[in-house]
Design a protein around this ligand. Structure first.
Ligand code: C2E
Ligand code: MG
Ligand code: MG
Ligand code: MG
Length: 280
């Protein structure tokens, strides 16, 4: 193998790589059958209107109950799903399940709720994305305005014309497009002037440093102004402290998401959360 006869460091690196790819292989194998074996589940994290405090929507977050490893974090398996292309069928399942679940929530007496679904770049490249979304909305009965598709800032900054076209067609139908993890994409802002996005989510890393570092507070405040001046809504993710909530509300951030307010939870828990007090 390469690195023969050289330093210890390389050996360490190689064995790390071996272990790493072995785990990846195990996860990759498991992921092939995860859908059929019903090991995938959606959790929903509530989003709140900052001025009224009312629940405004939810973000669908994928969970994988691996038979041997237990709960695997999306941070670990989404990259594998993207690498192998499995994200396409998985993403389609997520979309359908999320729309179905939220339509159920509407019928249970909460017709305002929106659902945010994370879209992978591989899904955006699918030629039939628009048709897939249309079919899901038709089958589940969810009104298009209640669906928000989130794409990361790096995806948004690097759109091909065919992807722009798909986004515009879906927006014309009423589906919303949001920029996720805003501020982490190392990109220019020019995409914000070419495409009309509906909103942006300020990345958790900025919220985490909000109280400690003045520059981060400035960036958050300016991002809120920037979004509003461009006609976009703005959500802050990862709020863990009351002081963060107060500041973001004072600065006019429209919507709040974070452990302080609510954690991601299964649909049944979400239903209890929105049920009128008389049913509790
Ligand atoms: P994201 O879309 O930025 O989702 C927000 C993440 O922040 C979630 O992590 C959520 O649980 C976490 N979070 C929310 N509030 C707090 C907080 O107050 N403190 C902390 N420490 N964390 C908070 P999660 O569920 O582990 O998902 C991680 C990422 O995996 C997501 O980031 C998203 O990029 C990706 N992902 C999750 N589900 C899907 C999916 O269905 N499809 C695709 N393509 N990606 C997904
Ligand atoms: Mg997201
Ligand atoms: Mg996010
Ligand atoms: Mg994030």
């Amino acid at each position: 193998a390469y690195g023969k006869g050289s330093s210890e460091q390389i050996t360490t690196y190689e064995s790390f790589m071996d272990q790493h790819s072995y785990d990846t292989l195990l996860l990759e194998n498991g992921l092939q059958t995860a859908l059929q074996r019903n090991e995938l589940e959606l959790y929903y994290q509530p989003l709140y209107n900052s001025s009224t405090g009312a629940l405004s929507g939810t973000e669908a977050l994928l969970r994988w109950n691996h038979p041997d490893f237990g709960l695997v974090s999306p941070a670990d398996f989404i990259p594998i799903a993207e690498m192998t292309g499995l994200i396409v069928p998985i993403g389609e399942w997520v979309l359908k399940q999320a729309c179905q679940d939220i339509q159920e929530l509407h019928e249970a007496g909460f017709p305002e709720a929106t659902v945010s679904v994370n879209l992978s770049v591989r899904q955006l490249y699918q030629q039939n994305l628009v048709e897939t979304v249309c079919a899901v909305l038709r089958e589940t009965g969810l009104p298009p305005e209640k669906l928000k598709l989130e794409i990361t800032e790096s995806m948004a900054a690097d759109l091909e014309s065919s992807s722009m076209e798909k986004i515009r067609r879906l927006q014309q139908m009423g589906v919303h497009f949001w920029i996720d993890d805003f501020g982490t994409g190392y990109s220019s802002l020019s995409y914000l002037s070419t495409m009309a996005f509906d909103g942006l989510k300020i990345d958790r890393s900025f919220i985490q440093r909000l109280l400690e570092r003045t520059p981060d507070a400035t960036i958050v405040r300016s991002t809120i102004t920037l979004a509003h001046d461009l006609g976009m809504h703005v959500t802050a993710e990862g709020i863990e402290l009351e002081r963060e909530r107060l500041l973001l509300t004072a600065w006019g951030c429209d919507e709040l998401q974070g452990y302080l307010l609510a954690r991601p939870q299964p649909l049944c828990e979400l239903k209890k959360l929105v049920a009128p007090a008389s049913f509790e």
